[in-house]
Write a protein that binds this ligand. Structure first.
Ligand code: NI
Length: 389
């Protein structure tokens, strides 16, 4: 089976790259993926795969094989980022307000490749394959949760997903047993003081000074409150306040992110952020508004499914393609699928010759990875359904 499949995946290379470039030219951000969604729908329908709308712009297709087997779901996220693309690639974004700077264009093309290869084999496997084209991965609360609420996982026994990964060499994979990606929360703080003339600070409550203390004091959460063997990040992303050099402003606003793998560390970080904010402001006579928004849960791979992915990777791509990686502090809403059904999420390397990281305005991917990832996704479905010929 593997040899025939390898050949077929290779033959599909041109088509997969064409799909990816088309999506790349026409990026759409969270819940605006109308064109994207209609291109995928037409494709699924052209293969006689029944498809339903799921989570506004998302799609759920179901390919039925020989009756009586299990059902496996394969997922691709379909949204782009609100970012102006830079560079001179011939397939550069035609939308000045959006870019596929994370690789989700590739995820769609990979999954469409798998759809095509699997649909040609539907009389050879037992059971069903569900294709989930998920909107809004980049924006909390994310499309995964909504898709599940609308029944995307009904009857599904296992789910697999991947992310193209620039730090890994093209064609290799990285996967972690257990927690692989963090819970990404965000917070915002508004420090309210009393503005006035820069020359008369004693008549003001200076929110810039208070905010400065806050940034420093909050560093102690990671260094002094959390067990040093437990991973956690607390970072500020913005500090905004003031208009001109000689006016002390009335308020300063700050935003930041908290990344954790463990709910007890997460609650501790949230509690300490709130306490330090309130007490620091109080010490200077200022007040604070504090908001904390919880992100996606940590992405936790099922151990037996990771073993399964490793086995299938060794069989299809070769054992030497498996890289040992550490968990990352990024978040991913595939986590919700893994809370409901067994499964695994993996990173698929596409970094050869690629100098810009994910979310960079000049981000690109090594397209040689795409047919290889299609081969792996297709094999995961076929092997899971137990159809090795
Ligand atoms: Ni992404």
């Amino acid at each position: 089976m593997i040899d025939g499949l390898k050949k077929d995946a290779k033959k599909l290379t041109g088509k997969i790259i064409e799909w990816r470039r088309d999506f790349h030219r026409h990026p759409e951000i969270a819940y605006q993926e109308k064109r994207t969604s209609s291109v995928i729908r037409q494709f699924l329908e052209s293969l006689d795969i029944p498809v339903t709308t799921c989570a506004k712009t998302g799609l759920r297709g179901i390919l039925e094989g020989i009756p009586g087997g299990k059902t496996v779901a394969l997922r691709a996220d379909i949204d782009a980022l609100p970012l102006k693309e830079e560079g001179d690639k011939e397939y550069i974004s035609e939308n000045p307000e959006a870019a596929h700077a994370c690789g989700h264009d590739g995820h769609m093309a990979i999954l469409m490749g798998a759809v095509e290869l699997l649909s040609r084999r539907k009389d050879r496997f037992k059971g069903n394959v569900v294709f989930l084209f998920q909107p809004s991965e980049e924006r909390i609360p994310g499309g995964a949760k909504k898709m599940i609420e609308e029944g995307a996982l009904e009857g599904v026994d296992a789910a697999f997903g991947l992310h193209l990964w620039q730090p890994l060499p093209t064609g290799s994979i990285g996967i972690v047993k257990g927690a692989m990606m963090a819970q990404p929360d965000d917070f915002s703080i508004t420090v309210k003081g009393k503005g006035g003339h820069g020359s008369m600070p004693h008549t003001t409550v200076d929110p810039i000074l208070v905010a400065s203390h806050l940034v420093v004091n909050i560093q102690s959460i990671v260094s002094r409150n959390v067990d040093p063997l437990k991973p956690v990040v607390v970072s500020f992303g913005t500090v905004k306040g003031g208009t001109i050099y000689n006016i002390i402003p009335g308020e300063v606003s700050l935003t930041g992110t908290v990344r954790t793998f463990d709910s007890s560390i997460q609650s501790l970080a949230e509690k300490r952020l709130r306490e330090i904010t309130e007490e620091t402001c109080k010490a200077f006579g200022a007040t604070a508004e504090f908001e904390y928004e919880k992100g996606y849960p940590p992405l936790v791979n099922h151990e037996a499914m990771v073993d399964f992915v490793l086995e299938v990777t060794a069989k299809t791509l070769g054992k030497d393609r498996i890289q040992t990686i550490d968990p990352v502090m990024g978040g991913e809403d595939f986590a919700y699928f893994l809370q409901k059904v067994p499964g695994a999420f993996l990173f698929f390397g596409m970094g050869d010759g690629m100098e810009f990281p994910h979310h960079h305005p000049a981000f690109d991917l090594d397209e040689k990875a795409l047919p290889q990832a299609t081969l792996l996704m297709t094999s995961l479905a076929l092997e899971y359904l137990g159809t090795a010929e």
